[in-house]
Design a protein around this ligand. Structure first.
Ligand code: PMP
Ligand code: GLN
Length: 380
């Protein structure tokens, strides 16, 4: 069969998790918590099943969940989406991202992607028949940042979409209001849409606040804003997320969604909707993860690994140029098989496989897991 995605193989996350388990390594590669979620959330899902919420929900998602999402966005970011026509529940953020791309990128149109980039954007653009136009982040004293002038220079008459991600996987950098202002200036007067991947919206540290595209008046009317309950509530395997977008964009999104998944599992949606009545779990998340970040960073301070800033997400990137000149994939494999701590090569997030001697660790792990990983990494 002639492949629709000839360049695609097995994802680096799957590969590294398999290598980690084969070698008994502490898995700081693939991003997922190794601890459980709040038992209250499990009870709520169980209650929903027992109450008979086991048949198809509405195509767009359980109304209570859409309303809870709209209320949360209103409270945190000051934009009021209409829960009925502007919020759609999806099978994780991945489906929201792919569906958003499929519904708006026409064959031959261009989508600008800022690299390093999460691995699902580019294949989705290819499936749409679009052309991915990469722009590389810059590395400065304060770590990675988006070179907006280069984004502006990448815009052509065929540009349909700009994909952004903040807090950013894999770099742990965040976009601030000034970044969004620059993006707004670039798209002003064009019909370019914005796809904003905000799955780590509740993981921003050091007292900073997440700058959501929903909070930006010039961007919100042309944006798909995507998030995931998997990240926020420590349940990555549940695969429930959502997209918020103005009604005309949501209408197009739903045309694809309807025939892509039609709808998303019912009891999880009811359970999450009830759990969202209490904002504490997401409001407490920055403190929860900042403690882990600080513990992990402090534990690496005595090694020759160079710590990059980690302003958001549950990832810590490190430069290893003082230790080895192996390419990143080889170094990550070596760490996994020899030191028995798995990491992800950042080169996997570049379409051209750009090498920077940087790997990514996930610190969404129990303190004992982090302690064991640190003990091993201190042998470096
Ligand atoms: N976007 C980014 C930046 C991610 O890191 C992830 C999860 N690793 C996703 C999207 C996908 O989220 P979900 O598991 O909800 O599909
Ligand atoms: N988003 C997770 C990560 O970056 C992995 C998700 C996946 O395995 N596809 O590690």
């Amino acid at each position: 069969l002639p492949s629709r995605l000839p360049a695609v193989g097995t994802t680096v996350f799957t590969t590294m998790s398999a290598l980690a388990s084969q070698h008994g390594a502490v898995n700081l590669g693939q991003g997922f918590p190794d601890f459980g979620c709040d038992p209250r959330l499990l009870d709520y899902v169980n209650d929903a099943m027992r109450a008979g919420h086991n048949q198809y929900p509405p195509m767009t998602g359980v109304p209570a969940l859409r309303e809870a999402v709209a209320a949360k966005i209103g409270k945190l970011y000051g934009h009021s989406y209409d829960a009925a026509s502007e919020i759609t529940v999806t099978a994780g953020a991945t489906q929201a991202l792919t569906t958003a791309i499929l519904c708006c990128v026409h064959p031959g149109e261009e989508a600008i992607v800022i690299e390093p980039a999460y691995d699902s954007y580019t294949p989705a653009i290819a499936l749409a028949g679009g052309v991915m136009v990469p722009v590389s982040m810059e590395m400065g004293e304060n770590g990675y940042s988006v070179p907006w002038q280069q984004v502006a220079a990448a815009v052509t008459a065929r540009t349909r979409l700009i994909v952004i991600n903040s807090p950013h996987n894999p770099t742990g950098s965040i976009l601030r209001r000034a970044d969004l202002d620059q993006l707004a200036a670039i798209v002003d007067g064009t019909d370019i849409l914005v796809l904003s991947d905000e799955v780590y919206e509740h993981m921003v540290y050091d007292g900073e606040r997440h700058a959501s595209v929903s909070s930006h008046p010039q961007l919100v009317d042309r944006a798909f804003v995507v998030s995931s309950f998997g990240k926020t509530y420590h349940v990555t395997g549940w695969k429930v997320g959502y997209v918020a977008a103005p009604a005309p964009l949501s209408a197009e999104f739903r045309k694809v969604h309807q025939y892509n998944v039609f709808t998303v599992n019912t009891p999880m949606q009811h359970g999450i909707a009830r759990y969202m009545e209490d904002p504490a779990p997401y409001l407490d998340l920055p403190a929860f993860y900042q403690r882990k970040r600080d513990l992990f960073r402090a534990g690496l301070a005595g090694t020759r690994l160079r710590l990059l800033p980690a302003d958001g997400t549950y990832f810590q990137c490190v430069g290893y140029e003082e230790i080895s000149d192996m390419p990143e994939a080889q170094f990550a494999a070596w760490l996994t098989t020899e030191l028995k701590v798995a990491a992800i090569p950042v080169s996997a997030f570049y379409s051209g496989g750009k090498e920077s001697r940087i790997v990514r660790f996930c610190f969404a792990k129990g303190d004992e897991t982090l302690a064991l990983a640190l003990e091993r990494l201190n042998k470096l």
